[in-house]
Design a protein around this ligand. Structure first.
Ligand SMILES: Cc1cc2nc3c(=O)[nH]c(=O)nc-3n(C[C@H](O)[C@H](O)[C@H](O)COP(=O)(O)O)c2cc1C
Length: 181
């Protein structure tokens, strides 16, 4: 199954994750760049589309879309990408390195609401969603410390332990799907 990884990242964690996935699946990767490329406007949900991608989506059977969750939203650059390429996307996997924990996934700022939105837009084309909460790389005593987790980003140094186990499972799943199709 021909796969491409597309990502948006403001502070680098989703870039890190996307690059890792692309390397492990040995597939191309490209950044989604919003117009205008302003974090404030993005948080306000203002966007005039994204810069055109170099990749031809028609050439891929699977898009792995990787990006953060801000304010409980499926953020506008990712949403724009999905909505404007609905006809070209064959299957999509949504992956996020986010702030919300597994325990809080169903709350207002939890990732499950965003996963549901992605599934609503894409229907059966959305074949999998996976969250990598940044708290996985923090010690237990700091997991609920908002200031610390906002300042924490994925790196080679902290990508170990629980997050590595979840990641290895995810990659295995992606490789199996790759092999089946
Ligand atoms: C302004 C702001 C709002 C955020 N809102 C949420 C949220 O609603 N839910 C969540 O899970 N994480 C939230 N986060 C955490 C980010 O999703 C997390 O830091 C993510 O790893 C950032 O990705 P990046 O480094 O690729 O930009 C928020 C972070 C910021 C700075």
């Amino acid at each position: 199954m021909k796969t491409i990884v597309l990502f948006f990242s403001h502070n680098g964690s989703n870039k890190y994750l996307a690059e890792k996935i692309a390397k492990d699946l040995d597939c191309p990767i490209e950044e989604i760049i919003p117009r205008p490329n302003s974090h404030l406007l993005m948080l306000m949900g203002i966007n005039f589309g994204n810069k055109a991608l170099k990749a031809k989506l028609e050439d891929y059977e699977r898009v792995i879309l990787c990006g953060p969750i801000f304010m409980g939203k499926f953020i506008i650059p990712l949403k724009n990408f999905v909505q404007s390429n609905l006809d070209k996307i064959k299957t999509l996997v949504f992956v996020t390195c986010c702030g919300s924990t597994f325990e809080k996934k169903d709350e207002k700022f939890g990732y499950n609401l965003v996963f549901n939105e992605v599934r609503n837009i894409l229907g059966q084309k959305c074949v999998h969603c996976e969250a990598f909460p940044i708290t996985l790389v923090l010690p237990d005593e700091l997991k609920n410390d908002g200031k610390t987790f906002m300042k924490t980003h994925l790196t080679d140094e902290n990508f170990k332990g629980e997050i590595q186990v979840i990641y290895d499972d995810f990659i295995e799943k992606m490789k199996v799907e790759l092999a089946i199709n």
